[in-house]
Write a protein that binds this ligand. Structure first.
Ligand code: 4AD
Ligand code: MG
Length: 454
C-alpha cells in the first residue's frame, strides 16, 4: 500500500502536494465548514492533524466516522497555523477501511484504568500509554543487541524444551503429548520434559567455545507468586563469559544497564516524556542519573544484613545471616539506604543454586544481584563453579543425579575455564525504563496465575 508513516511525515522539510497516510481516528471535531481529525498510525506517539472541508468528496467519504475508525487519507502537507504541530494535511481523498461503532467501541475518549485496559489487551496497543510502552520495548531489545554486538558477544539460542531445572527451584511447566497419565517412556522424548526456566547451562557450553555469548529468549516459571513483578512467561537476557570472574560480570552488568538506558533515552524521548507526565513523575531524571558515569552502589550480602539489623526498621521477615532477602529488605537497601541501583555480592551458599562458585570462606558463593529502587532485583548472576570435584560434591549434596548433568560436568572435565554470567529479566528492565509499576503492563499479553486470555 502506497503510504507514508506518520513518524516520517512529521520530519518533512518542506510542504508536499501529495501525501498519503493510514491510521485510526483518535479524535474528530466538527466545526463550521470543515472537520478536524487526529490520526494515529502507531509509528510514533503524536497524531497527524488533518482537515477535511465540508462539501468535498473526502468529507462525504468520511461520513459519520468516529474515534476508532481506520482509514486512508490522501492530501497535501502544509504548514500548520496551530502551535501544537508543524504540519497538517488537507484531505483530498479518504477511504474508510473499518468503522468503529462509537457506542460499543471500548476505547472511549477518557482515561481508562490499567486494570480495565488489561481486560482488553487486544485493543490497548491503540492507546497513547501502551503504544509508548511497546515502542520502548522494541527499542530496548534493539539497544540490548546493539550493546552485546559492540562488545563482541555472539547471540545464541538455547532450547525452550528441556530436561533440566537450572535453578533447582522446581517451578517448571511440564510438557507432554500424552492426554492421559502415561509412562514417561511412552511420551515424546521418553523422558520428562519441561519449559526452560533459564538457558544458562547451555549458554555456559556455548561460552566455553565461543568465549562471549548471550541469549535473549522466553523463559517460563510456574511459581505462584501473585506480585506485580512476577510473570509465568517472561523474557530473559543471559550473557555468559569465559575467562571471567565475579568482578568482570559486575562491571559488565553496570556498563550494560547504563548503555541500554542511554540508548533508550536517545531513541524514545517523546514516549518517555509522556510516561514521565502521566505514569511516573521524575522518570526522565531517574533514567538520566542511572545512565551517567556515577558508579552504582556495591555491598556484600553480610554488610546488607548488618545494615538491615541496624536500620531500626520493623521488617515482617526478620534478618539474620543465611536468610534470603525479601522484597521489603531489597526495597530498604535500594530505595532508602543507597537511593540508586545496587550490586549485592557473596550470598550464603545455602540459598543459591548449585552452579555458583564456592568462595574460600566455605559459607558464601560468588553471586551477584542487581537491585533498583522501585522494583528490587532485576539481575541475578554469578561466577560459575569450574572445579570438577567441587561441583560434583555440590550436586551430590543437593541430591541431584549427577548423571543427568554429564555434559555440564564435561565442561569441567575438558579445558575447564573460570567463567561467569548473569540473567536480566527483560520485563523488570522495562518496568524501570517506563516507570510502570506492574509487570502485566509491559508484556503485550501477560501470562500470570489464572490468566491465559488472548
Ligand atoms: O535470578 P534468576 O532466577 O537467575 C537465573 O535464572 C540465572 N540462571 C541467570 C544467569 O545467571 N544466567 O533470574 C534472573 C532474572 C531475575 O533477576 C529477574 O529479573 C528475572 O530474571 N525473573 C523474573 N522476571 C519476571 N517474572 C518472574 N517470575 C521472574 N523470575 C525471575
Ligand atoms: Mg535471582
Amino acid at each position: 500500500m502506497d503510504r507514508t508513516l506518520i513518524v516520517d511525515v512529521k520530519k518533512a522539510l518542506s510542504p508536499c502536494d501529495d501525501v498519503t497516510i493510514c491510521g485510526w481516528i483518535r479524535t474528530r471535531r466538527d466545526c463550521r465548514g470543515f472537520s478536524f481529525l487526529e490520526i494515529n498510525d502507531g509509528s510514533c506517539l503524536s497524531n497527524m492533524q488533518c482537515l477535511v472541508d465540508e462539501g468535498t468528496a473526502a468529507h462525504a467519504a468520511l461520513g459519520q466516522a468516529q474515534n476508532g475508525t481506520s482509514l486512508k487519507l490522501r492530501g497535501s502537507l502544509v504548514a500548520s497555523p496551530g502551535k501544537e504541530q508543524q504540519w497538517e494535511i488537507h484531505a483530498k481523498e479518504i477511504t474508510i477501511f473499518g468503522p468503529a461503532d462509537p457506542l460499543t467501541y471500548p476505547l472511549q475518549k477518557k482515561r481508562h484504568s490499567d486494570e480495565f485496559l488489561r481486560s482488553i489487551a487486544h485493543l490497548r496497543p491503540r492507546t497513547n500509554k501502551y503504544g509508548a510502552i511497546f515502542r520502548i520495548r522494541s527499542q530496548a531489545a534493539f539497544a540490548i543487541h546493539n550493546f552485546f554486538h559492540q562488545e563482541h558477544f555472539a547471540y545464541v539460542h538455547t532450547p525452550i524444551l528441556t530436561g533440566s531445572d537450572c535453578e533447582g527451584a522446581g517451578e517448571m511447566f511440564h510438557v507432554t503429548t500424552q492426554t492421559q497419565a502415561a509412562k514417561t517412556q511412552d511420551d515424546f522424548f521418553s523422558r520428562p520434559c519441561q519449559l526452560t526456566v533459564s538457558g544458562q547451562l547451555e549458554a555456559e557450553a556455548l561460552a566455553c567455545g565461543l568465549g562471549r555469548v548471550y541469549t535473549f529468549g522466553p523463559t517460563f516459571r510456574a511459581e505462584d507468586s501473585r506480585t506485580p513483578r512476577h510473570a509465568a512467561e517472561f523474557w530473559m537476557i543471559e550473557p555468559e563469559m569465559a575467562f571471567a570472574d565475579l568482578g568482570d560480570i559486575m562491571r559488565l552488568a553496570e556498563d550494560f544497564l547504563k548503555s541500554v538506558i542511554s540508548q533508550v533515552l536517545e531513541t524514545c524521548a517523546e514516549d518517555l516524556i509522556l510516561l514521565d507526565k502521566f505514569v511516573s513523575k521524575g522518570l526522565l531524571d531517574r533514567l538520566t542519573s542511572w545512565s551517567s558515569q556515577t558508579p552504582y552502589a556495591r555491598l556484600e550480602y553480610a554488610q546488607c544484613i548488618d545494615i538491615l539489623q541496624k536500620s531500626g526498621k520493623k521488617f515482617v521477615y526478620p534478618v539474620d545471616f543465611g536468610v534470603d532477602l525479601q522484597t521489603e529488605h531489597e526495597r530498604y537497601l535500594a530505595e532508602e539506604y543507597c537511593a540508586c541501583p545496587l550490586l549485592i555480592t557473596n550470598y550464603p551458599r545455602s540459598i543459591k543454586p548449585f552452579y555458583m562458585r564456592d568462595n574460600d570462606d566455605q559459607r558464601t558463593v560468588a553471586a551477584m544481584d542487581v537491585l533498583v529502587p522501585g522494583i528490587g532485583e532485576i539481575i541475578g548472576g554469578s561466577q560459575r563453579e569450574e572445579r570438577l570435584e567441587v561441583l560434583e560434591r555440590k550436586m551430590q549434596a543437593l541430591g541431584d543425579t549427577v548423571g543427568d548433568y554429564w555434559w555440564y560436568l564435561d565442561l569441567r572435565r575438558f579445558g575447564s575455564v573460570p567463567h561467569a554470567g548473569f540473567g536480566l529479566g527483560f520485563e523488570r528492565l522495562l518496568m524501570l525504563l517506563t516507570g510502570t509499576g506492574n509487570i502485566r503492563d509491559v508484556l503485550p499479553f501477560p501470562r500470570t496465575p489464572g490468566s491465559l486470555e488472548f
